[in-house]
Design a protein. Structure first.
Length: 437
C-alpha cells in the first residue's frame, strides 16, 4: 500500500480492511492449513478495494486519484492471490494458477497508475515487480504440480525449470518485499522438484544408475532448502516433499531388486534412505519446538514468544523464548528434545542447558534492575521421553530447571508424517515417574 496519502474516511476504512486481510492471510499459513481463512481474506481484500474506489471518487486531486486507483488494483490482486492460495492448498493447482495469473495482472495495472518520476514511489513499484515475479513462479509451480498429478513428468519438468528461473530472477530484484521472500530456499525447493521429475523419467526409461543420481541430488536440494529457511513454508514443503521422496525411494528399491543391481549400489541406496529418515526426524523436531511455543501462548497467555531466538549476548539459539508482563515480567525459556524410541535424557544435555540458563538469568536480572522491573525467569527442559537419568534430574533441580514431559503421539511414523498433531499436555517430571537408575 502507498503510505504518503492524506486520510479520508474511505481511505481509513480501506487501510483497516487491508490490514485485517493481511492478518487473516498470515494466520491461514500455519502448520495446519486453514483454507477457509484464505477465502475470508480474499473477501476482505476486495472490500478494501471498494473503499479505495470510493476514496478515488471522493477527491479531485489527479495524483490522489492515481494512488487510490493503484491501491484498488493491489487489493484486487491480494484477493486473487488469497483465492489462489485456497485452491493451491485444496489440491486444485490448475485453478490456483488462474487466480495467481489474475493477481499478477492486477499488480501490473497498479504499476501503470503511479508516475515513475516520483522518487517516493520507487519502492512501491519495485515491490509490485517482486510480487509479479513471485506470482509467475507460483503459476509455474502450479502447472508443474498439475502435470505431476496427471503423471506427465516431462511436462512437469519444464514447468519446474521455469519456476526456478523466476525464483532466481526474484533474488536479483531490490526492494523490501523481494528481500522478505525466501527466494534462495524456494529456488532449492524447485531444484528438488526438477530432480524428482528427472528421477521418474529415468525410472520409466529403466535408467537405474541415472535415477539413483537424481535421488541424491533431490535429497540434497531438499535439505538445503530447509537449511536456508527453517520457517513454516520450508518446513511444510520440505516435509511433504521428502515424504514423497521417500515413497519414490521405496519404489526405486523394489525396481533395483528386480533388476539385480550390484551390491554396492544397494548399499548406496540404503545410505540415502537413512539420510532421508534423519531429515524427517529433524523436521519433526522442528515441529516439536513450534508446538511447545504454541502451548505456552495457548495455555499461559504469553504476549510474546519466539522459536530459535538468538540474543546477541548469548552466542547460541534458545529453542523457545516466551515473555509477558510490563512492570512485573515473566520469562520462560525452553530447551526442546523430541525423542524417538523413548531414548533417555542424559546428564550432558542438562549440563549444556544449565550454561545457557545461567547466562540468560544473569542478563535478564541486570536488564530488569536497569529498567526498574521485577523479572521472574522459568527454565524448562521439555521432552516427550519418559526416561531421564537420575544424575540429570539432580543437576536440573540444583540449577532450578524444570524437566517437563510433553504428551505427543508415541508412534514415530505419526510424528514425522502427520503435520496436524499438537502437544495436548506439558506436565512436571514427578507426575510421570520419569526416573532412570
Amino acid at each position: 500500500m502507498v503510505s504518503e496519502i492524506p486520510s479520508s474516511k474511505w481511505e481509513i476504512r480501506a487501510r483497516e480492511a487491508e490490514k485485517e486481510a493481511f492478518k487473516l492471510d498470515n494466520e491461514a499459513h500455519s502448520f495446519q492449513i486453514k483454507e477457509e481463512l484464505f477465502l475470508e481474506a480474499a473477501k476482505i481484500a476486495r472490500k478494501s478495494a471498494r473503499y479505495y474506489e470510493l476514496a478515488r471518487q471522493d477527491t479531485n486531486d489527479p495524483l490522489q486519484q492515481s494512488i487510490n486507483l493503484a491501491n484498488f488494483h493491489i487489493n484486487i490482486g491480494n484477493s486473487c492471490k488469497s483465492l489462489g492460495n485456497f485452491f493451491y492448498y485444496s489440491e486444485h493447482p490448475a485453478r490456483a494458477a488462474k487466480f495467481f495469473q489474475r493477481a499478477a495482472k492486477q499488480y501490473a495495472l497498479a504499476d501503470s497508475q503511479i508516475p515513475i518520476s516520483l522518487d517516493s514511489y520507487v519502492n512501491f513499484i519495485q515491490d509490485s515487480l517482486a510480487h509479479q515475479t513471485q506470482l509467475l513462479a507460483l503459476v509455474a509451480n502450479c502447472n508443474g504440480k498439475d502435470a505431476k498429478m496427471r503423471d506427465d513428468w516431462t511436462q512437469a519438468l519444464s514447468h519446474f525449470m521455469q519456476e526456478k528461473k523466476n525464483w532466481m530472477k526474484l533474488e536479483a530484484i531490490g526492494g523490501d518485499y523481494a528481500r522478505s521472500v525466501k527466494s534462495k530456499a524456494l529456488t532449492k525447493s524447485s531444484e528438488r522438484e526438477i530432480h524428482i521429475c528427472k528421477l521418474m523419467i529415468s525410472l520409466k526409461e529403466k535408467d537405474f544408475t541415472g535415477a539413483l543420481e537424481q535421488v541424491e541430488l533431490a535429497l540434497d536440494a531438499a535439505i538445503k532448502a530447509f537449511q536456508e529457511d527453517p520457517s513454516w513454508f520450508a518446513y511444510k514443503e520440505g516435509l511433504t516433499s521428502t515424504i514423497s521422496l521417500k515413497e519414490h525411494l521405496n519404489t526405486f528399491s523394489s525396481l533395483l531388486k528386480q533388476a539385480g543391481i550390484a551390491d554396492e549400489m544397494m548399499h548406496a541406496f540404503q545410505q540415502f534412505r537413512e539420510k532421508t529418515d534423519s531429515y524427517l526426524d529433524n523436521l519433526a523436531s522442528y515441529k516439536f519446538e513450534r508446538e511447545v511455543e504454541s502451548y505456552l501462548r495457548r495455555e499461559f497467555q504469553y504476549t510474546y514468544s519466539h522459536c530459535n531466538y538468538k540474543p546477541p549476548y548469548l552466542g547460541r539459539d534458545i529453542d523457545v523464548y516466551a515473555f509477558k508482563g510490563e512492570s512485573v515480567v515473566t520469562i520462560t525459556i525452553c530447551e526442546c528434545k523430541l525423542r524417538f524410541n523413548n531414548q533417555p535424557i542424559d546428564i550432558t544435555e542438562i549440563e549444556k542447558f544449565c550454561k545457557l540458563v545461567r547466562a540468560v538469568r544473569d542478563h535478564e536480572k541486570e536488564k530488569g534492575m536497569a529498567e526498574g522491573k521485577r523479572v521472574t525467569l522459568h527454565a524448562w527442559f521439555v521432552t516427550n521421553s519418559d526416561s531421564v537419568e537420575k544424575e540429570a534430574v539432580t543437576m536440573a533441580k540444583r540449577n532450578k530447571i524444570d524437566i517437563k514431559y510433553a504428551k505427543v503421539p508415541k508412534d514415530r511414523e505419526c510424528l514425522v508424517k502427520d503435520t496436524s498433531w499438537q502437544i495436548s499436555e506439558i506436565s512436571d517430571l514427578k507426575k510421570n515417574k520419569m526416573l532412570k537408575k
